[in-house]
Write a protein that binds this ligand. Structure first.
Ligand SMILES: Cc1ncc(COP(=O)(O)O)c(C=O)c1O
Length: 371
């Protein structure tokens, strides 16, 4: 790497760059939790129409989409904040709440963007390990709160382990945190959840004045390429986050696509149900093969491959599938095209048989399904 002659922040230079899931020519990309379905009907036409004024700046205040989302979730329009992906809203919230010397608390392993955000603002990450079932340990998170903690992030379903926080667990967490602590409930995969006990953020906003819920159009809605996501929460918190935004970050095309997608809820729900069913079938097949895999609730599964993670990812790649390795913990594999499933299960069967012969390498406990 070439060195800069100007003085740059050492903590920024030390940060690993965000690593995007890679693709494979002629193979399956199972590394970015994308939606395998093409955009919903009407979306491409709406984007084309919005592109006619491409020479103008967008109306980044997005009044129509904001009103639509407020109506959908039963909140006021000033309780909605839009961003270029929900990750933008997350960064804005952390910038608004946590500065130098403050702490940002989250479960780990979780979304790769979390460690990067506090560093940008001069704050410190406090990571609390997931429990042995790859779930948030909310009691340990509550215990890790100090008078420097400014933000606590709860991710449900958790990326990459695909486990959820229950409504009861979330309620007891909220009851145990200081009332002036910003809690962000990141629900990027909410639409895929089928567990009736899982927490659902928007209805809780009326109860907790320190809660912000994040949602996105990137996953279930299949608009990852357009970068549009949003937060719901108290106006005073969102207004502070609005002031940290890079101006005019929300394009007219992304707004038009989101609105067109919202017009097609029945098709959307049918696609989501299809993917959730495929996910459950994959999970059942993996468990039957001997994998000890937590029951997934996002559009992805987590294979705890331990020290064998890098080699396991290479095996999938050699068979035409790019998965997301988090060495030495495990692999995250997205639920994708129907044609990917057979190959995925074939390679997984080969892999689990190898790992069970050497459990020391994989960290894999003796096979026993988690229900
Ligand atoms: C847990 C979680 N939150 C937020 C995001 C950001 O999504 P986007 O910025 O595309 O809305 C992702 C994307 O992978 C994610 O996994």
């Amino acid at each position: 790497m070439t060195e800069s002659i100007v003085r740059l922040r050492p903590e920024i230079l030390a940060l690993p760059a965000y690593k995007q899931g890679s693709s494979i020519e002629g193979g399956f990309k199972l590394s970015s939790n994308e939606n395998p379905f093409e955009p919903l009907p009407g979306v491409l036409e709406a984007v084309a129409a919005a592109s006619e004024t491409l020479h103008r700046y967008p109306n980044a205040a997005a009044p129509e989409l904001t009103a639509r989302l407020a109506e959908l979730h039963g909140v006021a329009t000033d309780q909605v904040i839009l961003g270029a992906g929900s990750v933008s809203v997350l960064v804005q919230l952390v910038q608004a709440a946590a500065g130098a010397g403050d702490e940002v608390l989250y479960s780990w392993r979780s979304f790769e963007a979390y460690p990067w955000m506090p560093t940008l603002t001069g704050a410190t990450s406090v990571k609390v390990a997931n429990d042995e079932h790859h779930r948030h340990d909310l009691a340990a998170m509550a215990a890790a709160i100090t008078d420097r903690t400014r933000v606590a992030i709860v991710c449900s379903p958790n990326n990459p382990t695909s486990t959820v926080v229950t409504e009861a667990e979330f309620a007891s967490f909220m009851a145990s945190v200081p009332a002036d602590l910003l809690v962000i409930l990141d629900e990027a995969y909410a639409e895929f959840v089928t567990d009736p006990d899982a927490v659902v953020g928007p209805p809780l906003l009326a109860t907790y004045p320190n809660l912000v819920v994040l949602r996105t159009f990137s996953k279930a809605y299949g608009l990852a390429g357009l970068r549009i996501g949003y937060g719901l929460g108290p106006a005073a918190i969102l207004n502070a986050a609005r002031t940290t935004a890079i101006p005019l970050g929300i394009t007219d095309q992304s707004q038009a696509a989101a609105l067109a997608s919202l017009d097609h809820q029945p098709e959307l729900l049918a696609r989501v149900a299809h993917l959730a069913k495929r996910r459950d079938e994959v999970w059942e097949a993996l468990v039957a093969q001997g994998w000890n895999v937590p029951k997934p609730q996002g559009n992805f599964v987590w294979l705890p491959t331990g020290e064998a993670t890098a080699a396991a990812a290479a095996l999938y790649a050699a068979n035409g599938m790019v998965v997301r390795p988090f060495h030495p913990e495990g692999l995250r594999i997205s639920i994708a095209e129907e044609e990917s499933v057979e190959k995925l299960l074939e390679v997984s069967a080969e892999l689990v048989a190898t790992l069970q012969k050497s459990p020391r390498i994989s960290n894999m406990p003796a096979p026993q399904p988690i229900s």
